[in-house]
Design a protein around this ligand. Structure first.
Ligand code: TRH
Length: 380
């Protein structure tokens, strides 16, 4: 049955919030036939992950989703059947009041951040009554097990990935399209998307001096800025910078579908935050994840909880290499050079495991489908 949805997204300082909200909105509309209104406070950032967005428009249709520019003076609208706050964003008071007035009252969801930590199962789905209004919000946690909300995955994703990864011509065409016309053959292809990381200089030194030719594909952004500082000159997207065995291939910031292809095309993906982290797992290639840095080292526990799950079923030396490289990268330690060498020594096993892991991930369920079911069961 078609329901109406309002999804609210505030772009904090990065792209994960809009990446997740857009992916969810698009999937609810195109695969589940839902009527979706997506409210976004920063259309310029949205345009970076989806080229079809026009930042000048207050209201527009994008792939069947009605996108509204969410400004402070929000228009008085009738709330939808289902209201989603992306990552605890605060809903405007007039909209909350309209939700309380509406009959039947909307199902109200706070879509939470992803974590592999065990406590998530106990918090997924919990209700939280509004202190003053007759409204109840439910917490919906993405996660890796059947007792959580699962992960976002589009219906055709696995098929599209497998077709791409088994087609050398498609991969070469994709690289050519990014302007990478030489250096990639026979080299290890690595994509790099990270926060400023004090371990990056040591990693670059290791990649340059190592035995293996490496092409590091870096979309424009913070990682490229830091690489520019490391090599001592501004690296422009579209250019290649060679340091001994390392070629830094700077590319533009891609839209989210092209970014998937980058992950599918690479042998190892350095990813960060939440959405690129999940996409790298679906890419079925080894990944190195930098968790979003939090106070009191909360991100270290978060990273370790994921790696604990991830290494299940791996042989001990590969599991140790996987743990060590994640610890060094997230602790931003120069130990990264040694850890990279150890990781490379277990490269084949890590690649086989990444395939198996991508297959296992589906066990946690499809987030959009689980969310739609969760809401359907709560509609008055
Ligand atoms: O941008 P992020 O650091 O987002 C983070 C996290 O979501 C974090 O949980 C949140 O609290 C914080 O923002 C405020 O990393 P993430 O989650 O990987 O999101 C990046 C998005 O950008 C993802 O949807 C993929 C997309 N992307 C592209 O579309 N093209 C690109 O070239 C690249 C590098 C990324």
């Amino acid at each position: 049955m078609t329901r109406t949805w309002d999804i609210f997204c505030s772009v904090v300082d990065n792209y994960g919030d809009i990446g997740v909200c857009w992916r969810l909105a698009r999937q609810l509309s195109s695969e589940l036939g839902q009527s979706v209104r997506l409210w976004v406070d920063d259309l310029a950032s949205f345009r970076r992950v989806c080229r079809d967005v026009d930042p000048a428009l207050e209201i527009q249709q994008v792939y069947g989703v009605e996108v509204w520019h969410w400004s402070e003076a929000m228009a008085a609208v009738q709330p939808a059947d289902i209201v989603i706050e992306g990552f605890g964003v605060r809903l405007p008071d007039n909209y909350l009041a309209a939700m309380a007035e509406r009959r039947p009252r909307p199902v109200w969801i706070n879509l939470e951040h992803l974590s592999a930590e065990p406590w998530v199962e106990g918090c997924h789905g919990l209700p939280s009554p509004h202190p003053a209004l007759p409204l109840v919000k439910h917490f919906f946690f993405p996660g890796f097990t059947a007792a959580t909300g699962g992960l976002l995955i589009e219906r055709e994703l696995v098929q599209a990935r497998d077709a791409f990864q088994s087609n050398a011509g498609a991969i070469a065409g994709f690289r050519n399209g990014l302007g990478i016309t030489s250096g990639a053959d026979g080299a290890l292809c690595v994509s790099l998307f990270c926060y400023n990381n004090a371990a990056l200089p040591a990693l670059v030194a290791e990649w340059s001096a190592g035995e293996l030719p490496i092409v590091c594909m870096v979309p424009a952004g913070r990682a490229l800025d830091q690489l520019s500082a490391i090599v001592g000159h501004r690296i422009e997207p579209g250019s290649c910078t060679v340091r001994d065995k390392l070629t830094i291939a700077a590319i533009p910031f891609l839209d989210i579908d092209q970014y998937d292809r980058l992950l599918w095309a690479c042998d190892v993906n350095f990813v960060r935050g939440e959405d690129s982290f999940v996409r790298a797992q679906w890419a079925a290639r080894p990944l190195v994840w930098q968790a979003y840095v939090q106070k009191e080292d909360a991100h270290i526990a978060k990273q370790a909880a994921f790696v604990d799950r991830y290494v299940d079923g791996l042989d001990e030396p590969t599991a140790t290499a996987m743990r060590s490289i994640h610890t060094a990268w997230n602790r931003q330690s120069p130990e990264i050079a040694r850890c990279w060498r150890a990781f490379m020594a277990r490269r084949q096993a890590a690649a086989v495991h990444a395939q198996a892991w991508a297959g296992r991930l589906a066990g946690g369920g499809n987030l959009a489908i689980k969310l739609a079911e969760f809401c359907r069961n709560r509609l008055e």
